[in-house]
Design a protein around this ligand. Structure first.
Ligand code: C2E
Ligand code: CA
Ligand code: CA
Length: 379
């Protein structure tokens, strides 16, 4: 202990230190560094090396400016930041940390209300046959309209819910709503996105199968989309769950292919029904030939492993043309249909016959735009 520093134990593994005086800042920063240095070195016991993690948060104030409680609260916020940011175990409180925390707390409460009220909605985006534009399935995408903040992106919502543990409730909500949609649509399979944390629940696959039965929905009508991350972090659990789900007749898609690890062994070992090529590859088509080569290689890879291939994020007729040409089985994107509420989706479906004549079929791929020679791509 440096001179003049008061040390206290709050309980469990939490300690507090107070320094007073003009050089308090220097003293505390040096003290914090010394604590880290002393504790991070592994401790050797008879059989093991044990290592200890330390997170330190520091807050400063002038006499009369803040109460002791306020200083402690701030140090605590900084400490939690340090806990999250493993690379920087010492954090000094600054105002933005607090705003972030307050914001997340508010959002968490907001999500609680959203789940019990009617702020959430599940939109549907058409997935069409690449050859003729007929509807083959839909992807369900979560929408949250906050009463004050307006629409919140699902990516943010999911990240927030994963952090707060509300993800289980959110996923349950999505599953129930998707099953209702499936019943309403009749014969259009609907795919839902599965958060990686789901795979931590041992009963995850069982629960989905149970809900299908409870709703009287056939397993072929529900599809699940998962991203590669989960295969890396929860390899065994994911493998078990995927096998169980496929056995029950539920089809599985590997989402966002090409953005993460893109490990070929995962593709082979897990056995997916669909491969969804990330929209980054579709965008790359506009840059010319290399993008096209890459897309074609991925489509071939998917087909050689007996997967159907879905191109995501197709926005233009040119992109749709190229995707058709390279043998993608399905197209999903703003070009063929945006995510929309179910009643709009049903209108879209009703107009499909008319649209098919006008949308996909007449758009011959604009080979020139892709900087491509016809002879090279026609197999
Ligand atoms: P994702 O699964 O890759 O979903 C596709 C995203 O691409 C959606 O974004 C969709 O609106 C967007 N999109 C579709 N066509 C086009 C296009 O032509 N151009 C462009 N630029 N974008 C297109 P969205 O709805 O913002 O969802 C973002 C992500 O949030 C999803 O990515 C998914 O990872 C996650 N998410 C959405 N709903 C759920 C859910 O119910 N559960 C879970 N766990 N995650 C969800
Ligand atoms: Ca998806
Ligand atoms: Ca995707």
């Amino acid at each position: 202990m440096p001179d003049g520093v008061i040390l206290a134990r709050f309980g469990g593994d939490e300690f507090g230190a107070v320094a007073l005086g003009d050089d308090a800042q220097l003293v505390l920063e040096a003290f914090a560094t010394a604590i880290i240095d002393a504790l991070v070195a592994p401790v050797q016991t008879a059989e093991h090396y044990l290592s200890v993690g330390v997170s330190i948060g520091i807050a400063f104030g002038h006499a009369g400016e803040h109460s002791g409680n306020e200083l402690l609260r701030r140090a605590d916020i900084a400490m939690y930041r340090a806990k999250k940011d493993k690379r920087e175990p010492i954090q000094i409180f600054h105002a933005e940390m607090d705003e972030g925390l307050n914001f997340r707390r508010t959002m968490r409460q907001g999500l609680e209300e959203a789940l019990s009220g009617n702020q959430l909605d599940l939109h549907l985006q058409p997935v069409v046959d690449a050859r003729n534009g007929t509807l083959t399935s839909a992807e369900a995408l979560l929408r949250w309209t906050h009463p004050l903040l307006g629409p919140i992106s699902p990516a943010k919502l999911i990240a927030l819910a994963e952090e707060s543990g509300q993800i289980v409730a959110v996923d349950d909500w999505v599953l129930e709503r998707a099953l209702q949609h499936i019943k309403q649509l009749g014969d259009v399979p609907v795919a839902i996105n599965i958060s990686p944390v789901q795979f931590r629940r041992r009963d995850f696959a069982r629960k989905i199968v149970d809900r299908l039965e409870a709703h009287g929905v056939s397993p072929g009508q529900l599809r699940l989309e998962i991203t590669e991350g989960v295969l890396v972090t929860h390899t065994r659990a994911a493998g078990r769950a995927i096998a169980e789900l496929r056995e029950a007749g539920i089809k599985i898609a590997l989402d966002d292919f090409g953005t993460g690890y893109s490990s070929l062994s995962y593709l082979k070992d897990f056995g997916f029904d669909f491969l969804k090529i990330d929209r980054g590859f579709i965008r790359a088509l506009d840059d010319g030939r290399q993008g096209a080569e890459l897309l074609r290689a991925i489509v071939d890879l998917g087909h050689s492993l007996s997967m159907r291939v879905i191109a995501e994020g197709v926005e233009t007729a040119e992109q749709a043309g190229a995707v058709q040409l390279f043998g993608c089985d399905y197209i999903q994107g703003y070009f063929t249909g945006r995510p929309m509420p179910i009643d709009q989706f049903q209108d879209w479906q009703a107009n499909a016959a008319v649209r098919e004549l006008h949308s996909l079929a007449p758009h011959k791929p604009d080979i020139g735009n892709l900087g491509y020679q016809v002879s090279q791509v026609v197999k």
